[in-house]
Design a binder for this molecule. Structure first.
Ligand code: 13P
Length: 320
């Protein structure tokens, strides 16, 4: 057996043993490395991970994703230990919205309901009325009374998508995800010319020129559902972080998935370097050492939990 496979197998065994000893639940976002998705007890989009965190009885959660996902789990489970393999796994979108600047933005727009994407720090959530994910944002906004004044942050692309489909005029914070912002409409058009039958699947964090090329716009989970419904032999060009292809290929045999390329690279796929910081070694280490654990200032945590609870309530009521 090659040495790398042997090493990976022994890490997997160690993680399984430590997981049992700690009573831990390992969660992973679809953008994680294949070996991490494989070992996780639960994989999903941001909404599914938040729901699973809210439901679990496990005393320890390991969140393999980026920092805000660990924070969301901790806000929902303050009594549990929430571990993350690497605290440097941040989020460019969350970083594009510093809490003090967002507070000033809110002050400059009095009388607005504040909706924040889940890709935000706990401090920004503490300034928020309702949190949303890409899986429920559109329906939650639609459920608010017509004419309600809304601030939407921090993703201007998701916000402009919702404005376009709902006819709203939400005030948008000018943030973006560095991965989704980079997709190239020209390169997608070239792929489409080479694969004319291919459907184009696009995450709503992409800019409008890319969204306009889409056959389906949705969260990672929604794109996966769409892919599962297409018949065998279908081809799909996928404009979101390429980690989603692991689960698409696993669940949709007989279909061809083509990652949409970024504009500034000769490499064919678009990866989030933060998501890929998590490795099996770091996962083993955090279970062994019970650190790094997420800690949140109690005052911020109390305020930040409310808009997440509100999201889960509305989302359950709307069935999204
Ligand atoms: P979803 O998990 O809601 O598809 O969003 C992806 C994402 O932006 C993760 O940072």
């Amino acid at each position: 057996m090659p040495k790398t496979v042997e090493k990976q197998n022994s890490l997997v065994e160690e993680i399984e043993r430590l997981k049992k000893e700690r009573g831990a639940l390992i969660m992973a976002h679809y953008y994680q490395r294949p070996e991490i998705q494989k070992i996780a007890d639960c994989i999903g989009d941001s909404l599914a991970l938040a729901r699973a965190a809210a439901r679990t009885d496990a005393p320890v959660i390991v969140m393999c994703g980026v920092h805000f996902m660990g924070e969301t789990a901790k806000l929902l489970c303050p009594g549990k230990t929430v571990l993350v393999p690497d605290t440097d796994a941040g989020c460019s979108l969350a970083d594009s919205c510093p809490p003090d600047d967002f507070a000033a933005f809110i002050k400059a727009h009095p009388g607005h309901t504040v909706i924040s994407y889940v890709n935000t720090s706990a401090a920004v959530k503490a300034l928020t009325d309702i949190v949303v994910t890409s899986g429920n944002a559109r329906k939650i906004v639609d459920s608010l009374p017509e004419g309600e004044k809304i601030i939407f942050g921090p993703d201007r692309n998701l916000g402009s998508y919702i404005n376009a489909v709902s006819g709203r005029d939400m005030v948008l914070w000018p943030g973006a995800c560095h991965v989704h912002q980079r997709f190239s409409p020209e390169k997608i058009a070239a792929l489409k010319a080479a694969h004319p039958e291919a459907k184009v699947l696009v995450h709503p964090e992409c800019p409008e020129p890319v969204r306009l090329m889409a056959d389906k716009i949705g969260s990672t989970a929604a794109l996966l559902d769409y892919a599962r419904q297409l018949p065998e032999g279908s081809e799909m060009i996928v404009a979101t972080e390429s980690g989603i292809l692991v689960e698409m290929e696993r669940l949709c045999p007989g279909r061809k998935f083509i990652p949409a390329p970024p504009d500034d690279s000769t490499c064919g796929c678009n990866e989030c370097g933060y998501m890929k910081l998590n490795t099996l070694e770091k996962l083993r280490d955090c279970l062994r050492d019970m650190k790094p654990a997420i800690e949140i200032d109690p005052d911020i945590a109390e305020k930040a939990r409310r808009p997440i609870d509100r999201m889960l309530e509305i989302s359950d009521r709307l069935g999204v």
